[in-house]
Design a protein around this ligand. Structure first.
Ligand SMILES: [Zn+2]
Length: 330
């Protein structure tokens, strides 16, 4: 609701005064239609596993015969997750899984029952413990409408098998990528994988490789996702499920950016730029150089991808910058 209000607010603010130039968004980028009366969609993927979206975020829950397992609580949903669960079952919520610590995906979890079991990776718990720090620089998740969330009551290091009633979820950790503690949630019976903030089906990832904390881990995560036997991927954004093909396509796009970042680092001439900018202002010199490298990488990448994914002309240069920096230091 809040997210949508911000978007609509920005749209009306800007549409009066200016127009933005960007390539058309391809059909494959579009999410499911959201009915205006409910403003969310809940759909059974298979065998009691449901996905939910309000158009910007995706999350899931499972009915088990012995209580509901819910994974994540995007605050942008408001109480839509509770409504969506109520649409399909009378079972109470007994288990809550956090995919990772980010407030825009779990910051609404205080609406779930206090008596439920809360399950997360040990690194997620560590990050959430910072919520309680009175000296932290800003409150947890405030801008995205998040509130303090229940602390995980069950944590794990490598993997945890959650069996409730007739359902099984395999929770697995394969190392840092988007952030430490970002887990794979796999439903073997349904062949559904949930892995958040890596793949953006139909789109270029969110700015800065979706604010990945570990670029190498982020790039590797594409292969880890593909190593699972899944038919549908719940990826967190924007308003549809992802397929294996979506993951393959994004992997290819990332491989092109890596190759073109490498080429740009070899061809853009630092000393020629220094000759023009001078050495007196180091910040200006490096900014001019890195901007030129990122722009060259984007110029090499965009023509092939512009009509295949949404937002290519908006965020490719930023992904290039992030990968250029990783090539330099990782
Ligand atoms: Zn995140």
């Amino acid at each position: 609701m809040r997210f949508r209000a911000i978007i609509l607010g920005l749209a009306s603010l800007f549409s009066a005064s200016m127009t933005f130039a960007a390539a058309p968004v391809p059909e494959s980028a579009k999410g499911v239609a959201i009915p205006q009366d409910k403003s969310y969609v809940v759909e059974e993927v298979k065998d009691g596993l449901y996905w939910v979206t309000e158009g910007a975020y995706t999350a899931m829950f499972l009915t088990t015969g012995k209580g509901v397992i819910v994974v994540d609580a995007p605050p942008s949903f408001g109480d839509k997750m509770l409504k969506a669960i109520g649409d399909v079952t009378k079972e109470p919520i007994t288990h809550v899984v956090y995919s990772h610590s980010h407030a825009d995906h779990i910051g609404g979890a205080s609406m779930y029952p206090k008596t439920a079991k809360y399950i997360a990776h040990v690194e997620t718990k560590k990050r959430l413990q910072r919520m309680k720090d009175a000296n932290r620089p800003f409150p947890y998740g405030m801008f995205v409408g998040g509130k303090p969330v229940p602390m995980p009551t069950i944590t794990f290091e490598d993997n945890y098998t959650l069996k409730v009633g007739n359902q099984v979820l395999r929770l697995e950790y394969k190392g840092n990528d988007h952030e430490p503690g970002n887990i794979y949630v796999y439903a073997p019976k349904q062949k559904v994988l949930m892995k958040i903030d890596i793949v953006f089906p139909g789109w270029t990832p969110f700015k800065g490789l979706a604010i990945a904390e570990d670029t190498v881990g982020y790039l590797k995560a594409h292969d880890v996702i593909l190593s699972y036997d899944f038919e549908k991927l719940i990826s967190g954004h924007w308003g549809r499920l992802a397929t294996r093909n979506d993951v393959e396509v994004q992997k290819q796009y990332m491989q092109d950016i890596q190759a073109n970042a490498g080429k740009a680092l070899q061809t853009v001439d630092f000393y020629a730029i220094a000759g023009k900018v001078g050495y007196a202002n180091t910040a200006l010199l490096f900014e001019t150089y890195l901007d030129a490298v990122s722009q060259e990488c984007a110029n090499l990448t965009e023509p092939k991808w512009i009509d295949k994914l949404g937002g290519i002309d908006v965020w490719t240069k930023d992904h290039c910058y992030k990968i250029v920096m990783a090539i330099r230091v990782d």
